[in-house]
Design a protein around this ligand. Structure first.
Ligand code: B12
Ligand code: SF4
Length: 426
């Protein structure tokens, strides 16, 4: 997908500065290309690779600025790998960083805070014409007011939710010029009244959209109807667990205490909205049977897609602090550990070994994306397969997700790190 954060950064860059986007996922980086500074987006899973790229540019005398989730949540570490870091949202503070670069007085750390979007439309012209999915990423808001203990978003935005005026969102959809939109909001119904206004405003635009929402959307039938009418093709909802005690221990007790999951799913499906459900395993109250029970539930509820993730102690989260305090992290900075692979578990669970947890999650994914499950979930003419278009989308998403899930498992994170640090990439 197109990296929206970098287009936001490009839009905040003074117009007399030339900007070029290089996406490490799309092709090799030309480290010798002329340039006065490099800005790199860093997430926890990409930190190792990002630091290697930063080191290569810095060795050539090009100053590097790091920003995004990881530098915000692990600022002391990130500071060692860049000439400057930006903590938090960069929209407002970026012009100052650029000015300081010009004047050769770059500060080591800039504070953007958990701020809202400035309203300046992202500069999508920086995206190359080929290589990305033909879907436009747009923010209608940022942040979430809940405080789940494992969640980076909750820490990044300090449990605050910001929203943009519906008119701005509509203007951006219009100028981006695509009918398929992914609203990247962490919780599009974080402010239900505002969400209702947005959905009503979206209705005439005739778009098809996908986003993320919290389960309490199910409590508001009018909001559900408005979402469906405005073109909602699916919502990613973090169910996390079927166990009330596990949910309580992650700070998400509210999700199940106020409602029954099956009933809530029913209401969302009655509105014709397919669900991408996500679950997480590895809490101290999770028994080995939890996996099978959850997969059965996910297939029975005919979810469009589902993720069965093991718990990840992302830096800067309460979960990380707790596991570190209990000396249960396998490595403190697991994201930099040589040999760490996608799918590896970074801590010692209580009720099974780390490898067992990884294996059980993988098996849950295999079961959910098995041919039998895909066929049984397709037998759903209200949501997953309600017309030819949704049937094609259902088939594509399930085949693609199943394949991608297999391909990612065991992939080393930060490939190329050792070469880069020792000799420089070729
Ligand atoms: C869309 C999205 C995706 C898309 C991919 C998007 C893409 N373009 O490729 C998909 C669905 C594929 C995806 C996948 C994953 N994602 Co994701 N994703 C998001 C989401 C929801 C929105 C990103 C976005 O566009 N935000 C809007 C833009 C404007 O914000 P931004 O990118 O943060 O940029 C702002 C600041 O961070 C900062 N900034 C960013 N970069 C830079 C660089 C510099 C130099 C500076 C100065 C500032 C700066 O300034 C920007 C403007 O204020 C975020 C949550 C979120 N709210 O951001 C999660 C999120 C980034 N994803 C996350 C994760 C964990 C993943 C996965 C690993 C999940 C998984 N288990 O598979 C994968 C793999 C990602 C990978 N890199 O390998 C985590 C990262 C946590 C962390 N600590 O790193 C997040 C925060 C979600 C969460 N709930 O925790 N993701
Ligand atoms: S509801 Fe979702 S976005 Fe909000 S804090 Fe919990 S996991 Fe994070």
């Amino acid at each position: 997908m197109e990296p929206l954060g970098l287009a936001v950064l490009a839009a905040a860059t003074p117009p007399d500065v030339e900007v070029e986007l290089i996406d490490d996922r799309l092709g090799p980086i030309d480290y010798a290309a002329p340039g006065d500074a490099v800005a790199i987006n860093v997430e926890t899973y990409t930190a190792r690779r990002a630091y290697a790229i930063a080191a290569s540019f810095r060795r050539r005398g090009v100053p590097v600025v790091l920003g995004g989730y990881h530098p915000t949540l692990a600022p002391d570490e990130a500071t060692r790998h860049g000439d400057a870091i930006v903590v938090g949202s960069a929209d407002g503070v970026w012009p100052t960083v650029v000015e300081d670069l010009r004047r050769h007085r770059l500060q080591p750390r800039y504070l953007g805070g958990p701020g809202p979007a400035t309203g300046v439309p992202p500069r999508r012209a920086i995206f190359p014409a080929k290589g990305y999915l033909p879907i436009t990423l747009i923010e209608t808001g940022r942040g979430c007011r809940f405080g789940c203990d494992f969640c980076s978003v909750s820490q990044f935005f300090e449990r605050t939710a910001f929203s943009r005026p519906a008119a701005d969102v509509l203007a951006e959809i219009e100028s981006a010029g695509r009918r398929s939109v992914f609203f990247v909001d962490d919780n599009i119904v974080a402010q239900p009244q505002r969400a209702r206004e947005l959905f009503d405003a979206l209705h005439p635009a005739g778009i098809r959209w996908f986003s993320q929402a919290s389960i309490n959307i199910a409590d508001d039938p009018a909001l559900l109807r408005a979402a469906a009418r405005s073109g909602c093709q699916g919502l990613l909802i973090g169910f996390e667990s079927l166990s009330a005690s596990t949910l309580a221990s992650m700070g998400k007790g509210w999700a199940l205490s106020a409602r029954d999951y099956a009933e809530a799913v029913q209401r969302i499906r009655d509105a014709g909205i397919p669900i991408y459900a996500t679950f997480v395993f590895g809490y101290d109250t999770d028994d080995p049977d939890a996996f099978e029970r959850t997969v059965e539930f996910a297939i029975r509820q005919k979810f469009l897609m589902a993720a069965f993730n093991h718990l990840v102690p992302f830096p800067g989260t309460p979960l990380y602090a707790r596991l570190a305090g209990e000396r249960r992290l396998r490595q403190e900075a697991w994201w930099l550990a040589p040999g760490f692979r996608f799918g590896d578990v970074a801590f010692h669970p209580r009720t099974m070994t780390a490898d067992e947890l990884a294996e059980r999650c993988y098996r849950a994914r295999l079961a959910f994306y098995s041919a039998g499950s895909v066929l049984s979930r397709a037998w759903d003419f209200r949501c997953n397969v309600r017309n030819l278009r949704s049937a094609a989308m259902y088939a594509w998403l399930n085949v693609f997700s199943g394949r991608e899930m297999r391909q990612r498992q065991g992939l080393p994170i930060g490939e190329g790190f050792v070469d880069d640090v020792q000799g420089g990439p070729t």
